[in-house]
Design a protein around this ligand. Structure first.
Ligand code: IVH
Length: 669
């Protein structure tokens, strides 16, 4: 083993992975496939395990989760974490401003106005620029040490960026909010429902539940995000305004909300509140109001606190979109995995601008807890993009004629016995031929994240199924245009389009195909891992429990579910039908025909458009390699500004020299 080479590669891999983390999580423009990313991560894990002395708390491998904990250790916050006083009207906001002016003896106050994120507050400790420890707020004095879980949040820097403008302090407490964006939240919940788990009520609960996981590997799979908005105790550094502190945080590389503004007085603060209220729906994350903070830190100090709330900050809350209506009926839906979900059907009502007539009741426990009965008058709520839900019943409105809900003993779709497994919240129909499940199965197969067959949504899937033209997803590939035309409302043209769309889907990417099969516990991410590891359906079908659990993120439950799936007679038949139809899932590697394959580069001088590490990982991702000295084997020397002796060496040995511009052209930018 060449230790020097290993150490070099470790440093290199850490840089490359960090670069890709940034592309993926912060810039939303990944350059490499998940497979390639996983390969780099595994290579680094492997090298680090051979060189334990090279351990680094800031290595990207530290983000993938550690061994589960028995419980969280208590964490005493070096300085207390306060809460916020609330205002629900402009009058209350003006009152807050007047009080401050009075106490400060001035006639105008400038504020920093920030969106109030609906997540959970955390406190982070950095020592000499390195993330050391992090905790939940708890009671404000003592929280829970969730360091391992926080490390899994990709947008959280494990190392502060050090620049001459922003020297790194020896100790600092940084405060912020951990949250989940709306879209990943929806996806997470869909996956949970499909896996027979209870969906989270809202993104806040999902974020809190994920951050308070004893097994950080579970946390690593949740789409957590963070914004930083405050500083507690700090050594070697002080700020004069809150705005300056936020700017410094951003300079150190922390995610700071882009919608934060300075407002010159309280009227501008109120305007900001109104503006953010209009923007609210279009923001990718949920907010429940704004926070106004006195900008002048000396004044903040002077104002102090009243019990747990600082006098210098105020949460201005949006009114929750709620409405009152009557429950007409409680229906029970059957999901793809046979999970029964009670749904309240209500008199249509306008909730915050949207007409709502259905609200989920999640499961039987929820109906019992809230005691929702048919005929009840209820308050319903719609928070952001979350499915409307029943907040509570108004018992005073009861007449005595309301009917209690009972989970049906038989499946409303197929009449099979409903099963309630020990320890599970959900009731299930376990008949794998249940038409409701089969229809859902077909819809899932054709859906956007899966095979993506245009024109094959819920309605058409059900229509084809009910007409007995298809019984499973593989039957789709044997459909004839005439059969579709014979169906009511299926016009000639749309029949043609559907047949074409189905025909086009015969070579799906392997990971999409695996996901589309609808194996319990196999979501998009797991499907990608499986595709990367096994490379073909044949290999996956033949995989044993232990082959599956050998994959980092796959535990015994998922593995068992996969093995069971491919042992089920019906599923084997469907798989054979897929083969007969000529379905050939394709293993997808983004950089298969890597344009820089076999080419070796030496860089000299500095590049304008990218850092050295960026250049390096770009070259490597395109199949090339980077070296530190010019040899006969060097393909190109890329000369930036102020090139060093390598340029002379290149000239004397006749190696091709290219400029930064030419390099960019070469890599297709
Ligand atoms: S400042 C004294 N800023 O709101 C300062 N909090 O209701 C206390 N929150 O516990 C926190 N966005 O979880 C602050 N921009 C923001 C915030 C924010 C959300 C949460 C935070 C806090 C709670 C208080």
């Amino acid at each position: 083993m060449d230790k020097q080479a290993d150490l070099k590669r470790i440093a290199e891999l850490r840089n490359i992975i960090e670069y890709h983390n940034k592309r993926y999580y912060q810039q939303d423009s990944p350059e490499i496939s998940d497979t390639e990313y996983d390969r780099l991560m595994r290579e680094l894990q492997d090298l680090e395990s051979h060189h334990p002395e090279e351990f680094s708390a800031t290595s990207p491998t530290q983000r993938v989760g550690a061994s589960p904990l028995a419980k969280f250790a208590p964490f005493n916050h070096p300085s207390p974490m306060f809460s916020l006083g609330n205002a629900f009207s402009n009058e209350e906001i003006i009152e807050f401003d007047n009080r401050i002016k009075r106490l400060a003896g001035v006639d105008n106050i400038s504020y920093i106005a920030e969106p109030k994120l609906d997540g959970l507050a955390v406190n982070l400790i950095y020592e000499n620029g390195i993330f050391k420890q992090g905790a939940t707020r708890g009671d404000g004095t003592t929280g829970e040490d969730v360091t391992q879980n926080l490390k899994t949040i990709s947008s959280l820097p494990l190392k502060m960026k050090h620049t001459s403008n922003n020297p790194v302090p020896s100790f600092i407490e940084i405060r912020g909010e951990v949250y989940i964006e709306k879209e990943p939240f929806q996806k997470l919940n869909l996956r949970r429902i499909e896996d027979g788990e209870e969906p989270f009520a809202n993104p806040r609960n999902a974020a809190a539940g994920s951050l308070r996981q004893l097994d950080s590997k579970v946390t690593a799979r949740r789409p957590l995000n963070i914004f930083l908005y405050g500083i507690g105790n700090a050594k070697d550094i002080s700020f004069s305004t809150h705005g300056e502190a936020l700017q410094t945080l951003a300079g150190w590389g922390f995610p700071v909300n882009k919608n934060i503004e300075q407002t010159r007085d309280i009227n501008a603060g109120i305007k900001y509140f109104e503006r953010i209220g209009i923007m609210r729906e279009s923001l990718p994350y949920e907010i429940d109001g704004i926070v106004l903070k006195v900008d002048d830190l000396a004044l903040q100090k002077k104002l102090g606190n009243v019990s747990r709330n600082p006098r210098w900050a105020l949460a201005c809350k949006f009114p929750a979109a709620q409405a009152t209506t009557v429950v007409k009926e409680i229906l029970v839906g059957v999901g793809r995995m046979g999970t029964l979900t009670p749904v309240a059907i209500m008199e249509p009502v306008n909730v915050g601008g949207v007409m709502v007539s259905r609200a989920t009741l999640h499961n039987e426990d929820e109906v019992i807890k809230k005691d929702v009965r048919v005929g009840d008058t209820v308050i319903i709520q719609r928070a952001g993009d979350v499915i409307p839900e029943v907040v509570r019943v108004i018992p005073e409105k009861r007449t005595g004629n309301e009917k209690k809900f009972k989970m049906p003993a038989k499946c409303p779709e197929c009449g099979s016995e409903i099963v309630h497994f020990e320890g599970e919240v959900a009731h299930r129909c376990v008949n794998i031929s249940c038409p409701a499940q089969l229809k859902e199965h077909i819809r899932h197969f054709a859906s956007r994240g899966a095979i993506d067959i245009e024109g094959l949504g819920e309605k058409v899937s059900a229509q084809l199924f009910d007409a007995r033209l298809i019984a499973d997803p593989a039957d789709l590939y044997f459909l004839k245009k005439e059969q579709l035309v014979a169906l009511d409302r299926q016009a000639e043209k749309s029949a043609q389009n559907l047949i074409e769309a189905i025909g086009k889907s015969k070579n799906p990417p392997l990971d999409k195909f695996i996901y589309a099969l609808g194996i319990r516990h196999v979501g998009e991410r797991t499907a990608k891992l499986l595709a990367a590891r096994f490379g073909s359906m044949e290999n996956l079908v033949a995989a044993k429990q232990e082959d599956l659990t050998a994959i980092n993120e796959i535990g015994p439950e998922i593995a068992a579910s996969i093995v069971e799936f491919f042992h089920e007679r019906k599923n084997i038949d469907v798989m054979n039908k897929f083969s007969k139809a000529g379905i050939k899932p394709q293993k997808k590697e983004i950089d298969n025909n890597a344009p820089l394959q076999g080419k070796s580069f030496v860089f000299t001088g500095s590049m304008e458009s990218m850092g050295r590490n960026d250049a390096k990982s770009i070259v490597e991702n395109l199949g090339g390699s980077i070296h530190s000295s010019v040899t006969k084997k060097t393909t190109y020397v890329v000369a930036g500004s102020d090139p060093g002796s390598k340029l002379d060496k290149a000239k004397s040995s006749g190696v091709k020299i290219i400029s930064e511009e030419e390099f960019l052209k070469l890599i297709g930018r």
